[in-house]
Design a protein around this ligand. Structure first.
Ligand SMILES: [Zn+2]
Length: 300
């Protein structure tokens, strides 16, 4: 196993792997700097008494904001903070930049293989616990398949919305509503780790800047490929767009069917959950909001 990832108790230990390629080493260094900056910021907040409990800390920022703040702090020379136990770190509500997400993103192929082995062992245990025989032929490869599938279903942890959007922001004198709808959502509820799937519609009214249309859909994908709550997913997409191009307003509507409800009989199989997040003019102006809702309803 290479040593490009850190242990949970010493997440900021410098990497010294000679075999790590330069670009990967750069990336790891950059990620460590981000994490250090985030920790430094956290220490500051803790000293100010803004964070008092292990679980209560939340921010309203997005990954974009967290990354930007971290980068700014790093640029300002924010040094590594003292080791703050995992449980004491604030949740940004985004699982980013969490130690686990950083490690996953920066890990080498060997580390990834070791991760899959660990996951497979856990799946074998699960199979045994449900009364199955993990050594029977049909299940022999299942632990590996499930491990890889899980990593794919949660690949959003390895992706930064800011990176996706940075090259796709264009200055444009356009101030009419832009809508991307019928975006597929494949996510997993964080309470049961089973899928919820459906559609997403995203609208915004630009304020001199527009976002590449495909990136709008990509943003929904990045956030849905994590363990999620539908409400949080909806909000995160809206806030990320708001912070990246500062439009006059953003509207996001997500409609999903939750397997944890459907398959357990809590919910009728045909029903779905709708959540929306309205920012700026979509919140303040009922007419604009109505126009958006009408446009996403028509010609499905
Ligand atoms: Zn659930």
């Amino acid at each position: 196993m290479s040593n490009s990832t850190s242990t949970p108790t010493a997440p900021l230990a410098p990497s010294s792997s000679a075999s790590t390629s330069t670009s990967q080493a750069d990336e790891i260094a950059e990620l460590r700097a981000m994490l250090a900056a985030a920790n430094a910021r956290l220490s500051g907040l803790q000293q100010q008494g803004a964070i008092t409990t292990t679980a209560a800390a939340t921010t309203t920022g997005t990954a974009a904001a967290a990354a930007a703040a971290a980068a700014a702090a790093a640029a300002a020379g924010g040094g590594p903070a003292g080791a703050i136990p995992l449980s004491r770190r604030p949740s940004t509500g985004l699982s980013w930049p969490s130690v686990g997400a950083l490690e996953r993103r920066a890990e080498s192929r060997e580390d990834n293989e070791a991760r899959i082995e660990r996951m497979a062992a856990a799946v074998r245990e699960l199979l045994t616990c449900i009364g199955e025989d993990p050594t029977r032929e049909g299940l022999l490869e299942t632990p590996y398949r499930m491990a890889k599938a899980l990593l794919f279903f949660t690949k959003g942890y390895q992706e930064l919305p800011t990176e996706i959007m940075n090259n796709a922001i264009f200055v444009e004198d356009h101030d009419e509503m832009v809508i991307v709808k019928n975006i597929d959502v494949f996510s997993m509820c964080e309470h049961h780790m089973v899928p919820f799937i459906g559609k997403c519609a995203i609208g915004y009214i630009p304020n001199k800047k527009v976002l590449g249309l495909s990136k709008v859909a990509r943003l929904a994908e990045i956030y849905s490929r994590r363990l999620q709550l539908q409400e949080r997913l909806t909000k995160q997409i809206a806030v990320a767009i708001q912070e990246s191009i500062d439009p006059q307003g953003v509207a996001v509507v997500v409609e999903c069917s939750h397997m944890c409800m459907v398959m357990r009989g809590v919910q009728k199989s045909g029903s779905s959950t709708v959540s929306s997040s309205m920012l700026g003019v979509f919140r303040s102006d009922p007419k604009t909001r109505e126009e958006f809702l009408t446009l996403i309803r028509d010609n499905k």
